[in-house]
Design a protein around this ligand. Structure first.
Ligand code: GRF
Length: 194
């Protein structure tokens, strides 16, 4: 179990593959005095990920692993996590499944954020599927990462009402805003038992 000792913040790595709005949000959160985390590392599997720009902007170390050889990439990442003394990983739009071996070997906590009310709508294209099924609500979930896709224990969840005029892109936008708040709340809940 990772504990906050004195004023030391939890050394955190964020893993992304795309736009990185959750990464940006977590960085801004980490800058607050009362935030329990310090973001020390950004990992991406895609050198074109837009979110990498935020690492430059906020002067955060970034590392890219192509995952062509997953075993090798994961082993290099584990080494880097050790070097940076990382004890929390926040997945934020990271499009690779981490192997059971990686999850076992990393001794800290791994969290993920998913844009649906898990256990409903695991996997990709959640908003499209939610709309197609004429759901009244969707939402987002922060959960622990286990070796099964989007299946670890849920930490927090937030419901979002679906509007008649919603398209997948309007719904995505509205849920993304809530994701940003939810990730902060979930981390506070973990480390401050709020
Ligand atoms: C978010 O909707 C997140 O829940 C999902 O992928 C999206 C990433 O968005 N896992 P961003 O890259 O953080 O903007």
């Amino acid at each position: 179990m990772v504990k906050l000792i004195g004023s030391n913040k939890i050394k955190t790595a964020v893993f992304i593959s795309g736009a990185g709005s959750n990464f940006k949000n977590l960085v801004q959160f980490s800058f607050l005095n009362k935030s329990p985390i310090k973001i020390c590392l950004l990992v991406s599997n895609d050198k074109r990920a837009k979110g990498l720009n935020f690492a430059d902007k906020y002067k955060i170390k970034k590392k890219i692993y192509d995952f062509n050889n997953m075993k090798k990439s994961e082993s290099l990442i584990l080494k880097q996590l050790k070097i940076d003394k990382i004890s929390l990983i926040c997945l934020a739009g990271f499009m690779k499944m981490l192997s059971p071996n990686f999850i076992k070997r990393f001794k800290g906590i791994i969290l993920n954020i998913h844009p649906s009310l898990l256990p409903k709508y695991k996997g990709l294209n959640t908003h499209e599927r939610v709309l197609k099924n004429k759901e009244k609500y969707s939402g987002c979930t922060v959960h622990y990462v286990s070796s099964r896709l989007d299946s670890g224990k849920i930490i927090l969840q937030e419901k979002v009402k679906i509007l008649k005029k919603d398209t997948s892109s309007s719904l995505k936008k509205r849920i993304l805003k809530r994701e940003h708040l939810l990730y902060r709340k979930a981390i506070n809940k973990l480390f401050f038992s709020l």
